[in-house]
Design a protein around this ligand. Structure first.
Ligand code: 5AD
Ligand code: SF4
Ligand code: FES
Length: 348
């Protein structure tokens, strides 16, 4: 039985610690029934930090002149993906700011082909490269990308407009998600929580959006101000941001049983065990950074990004310990295809 929007908004406004613990426990029970006590890993490669967009909250926005821009050479991106493959990650995510050029599109095609040459069909390559023309999405799909992540940021178009310049279009973003689904991608989206001006009803609407748009994979994290952005001086209560981030994971799992839900890195900024708390509130995916250490500092969406000094080896060891600490296990070598995708494409 689906919860109503009002029910969800109520769940997202709980204050009482016991009521919140009950929400998380109910969501964890759903996850354990659907996927077992299993965490799926994706290796995250931050392949470049140039961005043509100017989102008011993000440290990589094009107007931020303080960022040293980098682009990892193709052979190094492939090497980092290979590192993840050799360590039995089932999946790798290639993420960058948004660049719409033929040159960039072709670079990605070459990288995808090189990864497919060793990874084959069972190593899922995920792209997170922003809004693109449908032809570009098609070319990337044909070159071997199985999944695409594109956060809608908020399902409320009016709130979206307060967070972006006038030439950034909520409708285009939604249409990109629809194009990705038509092209046969496993489609991921997500939102930020605790945005200035965002209400519990907006968050309930976000869960409705994931349902309506048939989103297979969901990544959500609390908004954290970045000093070199227009929203840099917004005051946030960090304890509240963490609570909201976790409650949103739990409410989403309760409503949408069969989606992959990420325990996002930003939660780790708000509490050392923030990601484990998310796994215990219904998340089932973690995305350890597998980018070479020298690039990590320049990829800063928000402040206090963790693991800047850590190597990929260290992060992997850290993740293994953290997953074991809550009594779950890692699905080594499995691509971790979202059950919702398998269901919606069964028989077609
Ligand atoms: N705080 C939290 N999340 C952020 N993102 C960008 N900037 C911030 C911030 N200041 C998120 C957005 C984007 C994703 C890659 O990172 O949701 O889609
Ligand atoms: Fe670019 Fe994404 Fe940051 Fe917006 S959130 S400025 S699209 S990297
Ligand atoms: Fe990088 Fe813990 S995940 S050190």
């Amino acid at each position: 039985m689906a919860l109503s929007r009002a029910d969800l908004a109520r769940l997202l406004s709980l204050e009482d610690p016991e009521a919140r613990a009950a929400l998380h426990a109910a969501a964890l029970a759903v996850k354990r029934r659907v996927t077992g006590p299993v965490v799926s890993l994706r290796g995250l490669v931050e392949i470049g930090n140039a961005c043509a967009k100017d989102c008011y909250y993000c440290g990589l926005r094009r107007s931020n002149g303080a960022v040293r821009r980098y682009r990892i050479p193709e052979e190094d991106v492939v090497r980092m993906a290979r590192w993840a493959f050799d360590r039995r990650f089932g999946s790798v995510v290639l993420q960058s700011g948004e660049i719409e050029s033929d040159e960039n599109a072709e670079r990605i095609v070459r990288i995808l082909r090189a990864i497919r040459a060793f990874g084959g069909e069972d190593f899922a390559v995920v792209l997170s490269l922003g809004e693109q023309r449908e032809e570009v999405y098609r070319a990337w799909r044909e070159a071997g990308a199985a999944r695409y992540l594109l956060r809608i940021e908020t399902s409320n178009p009016a709130l979206y407009r307060t967070l972006h310049p006038a030439d950034h279009s909520w409708e285009r973003r939604r249409d990109c998600l629809r194009a990705l689904r038509r092209l046969g991608y496993q489609v991921g989206s997500g939102v930020m929580v605790g945005l200035p001006g965002q209400t519990a009803d907006d968050l309930a609407g976000d869960i409705g959006f994931f349902a309506e748009e048939d989103i297979d994979m969901i990544g959500m994290g609390p908004f954290l101000p970045h000093g070199q952005t227009p929203l840099g001086s917004v005051a946030v209560d960090r304890a509240r941001q963490l609570r909201l981030g976790l409650d949103m994971v739990a409410a989403t799992r309760l409503q949408l049983h069969d989606r992959n839900i990420a325990a996002t890195t930003v939660l780790q900024v708000l509490a050392p065990d923030g990601r484990e708390q998310a796994l215990l509130a219904g998340a089932n995916v973690m995305m350890p950074n597998v980018t070479d250490n020298v690039f990590r500092r320049d990829y800063r969406l928000y402040e206090d990004k963790p693991c800047l000094e850590d190597t990929s080896d260290r992060c992997l060891g850290c993740i293994e310990r953290r997953v074991a600490s809550i009594g779950e296990r890692i699905a080594w070598g499995s691509p971790g295809t979202p059950p919702h995708y398998l269901r919606r494409t069964a028989g077609s």
